[in-house]
Design a protein around this ligand. Structure first.
Ligand SMILES: NC(=O)C1=CN([C@@H]2O[C@H](COP(=O)(O)OP(=O)(O)OC[C@H]3O[C@@H](n4cnc5c(N)ncnc54)[C@H](O)[C@@H]3O)[C@@H](O)[C@H]2O)C=CC1
Ligand SMILES: O=C(O)[C@@H]1CCC=N1
Length: 273
């Protein structure tokens, strides 16, 4: 069992994970410690909202933590590891949620045999719906991975992958919710132009998304088959889908995922040995 978890970085992703852990009562708020670069306001806000312990004292936050979650941006990881390495011991477990950054780099900067597990969650962790991919990194064994699987299961589903696959994973499920929200923004705009009231449109759009996701999950049918059943020959769906195809909708999505995966690789480049 985890007795204390430390978050180094108090941004949107750390908050999403904290919200999920607290909501599921996996840990008590006082078992969750958070630090960040400089903003005391943010730490105070997290304390008020979730009861977690926020502190600028990095040693106090990290000391005695079983699990240390690196949750800063990739550009800040080098400086942050320099600040905290003196407080990290080999019996602790480091978890990275950073896009792109290899575990070997983290081990090299820590200069110790502390196990590192790399993960890619998403912001749906806030409500327990993250799709988190988890990869064993340097010095991490099956026990360490299972401990982190258990932790991230409190905020959604977990899938164990090879570390090299995390670039593709990041492009699909790490960034994925944003593609869906972008689609919803466009549907809301279109509904408005078609004369629907905003609350009416919102309710219909959200339930349509939830229903489609549940259909994929429950029926396990291929998406192409589910789409076929909606598309009456010469009907409204066909007219809509043909328009999307004329804008190369599927090519746009494929290019989007490819570009995001490449960006993940680029983010990792400065950290390759
Ligand atoms: N936002 C998302 O949907 C997802 C983000 N990630 C990864 O999570 C990480 C954090 O992303 P966000 O939460 O969106 O970023 P953010 O910008 O909201 O938060 C970053 C946090 O790191 C802190 N920080 C910066 N330098 C620090 C230092 N030296 N010591 C301690 N804390 C420091 C900042 O004060 C801030 O609290 C990134 O590496 C990103 O790749 C992973 C999955 C999804
Ligand atoms: O945009 C990013 O770089 C991060 C990683 C996945 C989601 N957000």
């Amino acid at each position: 069992m985890i007795q204390k978890i430390a978050f180094v970085g108090a941004g949107s992703m750390a908050e999403a994970i904290i919200a999920g852990i607290v909501e599921k009562k996996f840990l008590k708020p006082e078992q969750i410690n958070v630090t960040n670069k400089s903003s005391k306001d943010k730490l105070d806000r997290l304390h008020q909202k979730y009861g977690v312990v926020g502190s600028a004292n990095k040693e106090a936050v990290i000391k005695d933590a079983d699990v240390i979650v690196l949750s800063m941006k990739p550009k800040d990881v080098t400086e942050s590891l320099k600040e905290i390495k003196a407080y990290i011991k080999p019996e602790q477990l480091v978890v990275s949620i950073l896009a792109g950054v290899p575990t070997d780099y983290i081990s090299q900067e820590l200069n110790s045999a502390t196990p590192v597990v790399r993960t890619m969650p998403n912001t749906s962790a806030t409500i327990g719906y993250s799709a988190t991919a988890i990869a064993a990194g340097s010095f991490a064994n099956e026990y360490h991975v299972s401990k982190i699987v258990q932790l991230f299961e409190t905020i959604g589903t977990t899938t164990v992958v090879e570390e090299e696959d995390l670039h593709a994973v990041t492009a699909i499920s790490g960034s994925g919710p944003a593609y869906i929200y972008y689609l919803v923004e466009a549907m809301e705009e279109a509904a408005k132009e078609a004369g629907l009231d905003r609350p009416v449109a919102k309710e219909l759009i959200v339930q349509t998304l939830v229903g489609a996701a549940e259909m994929l999950k429950t029926t396990k049918e291929e998406p192409s088959e589910l789409r076929r059943r909606i598309t009456s020959p010469g009907g409204t769906t066909q007219a809509g889908i043909e328009t999307l195809a004329s804008y190369d909708y599927q090519e746009a999505i494929k290019a989007c995922v490819k570009k995001a995966a490449n960006r993940s690789k680029e983010l990792g480049k400065p950290f390759q040995s």
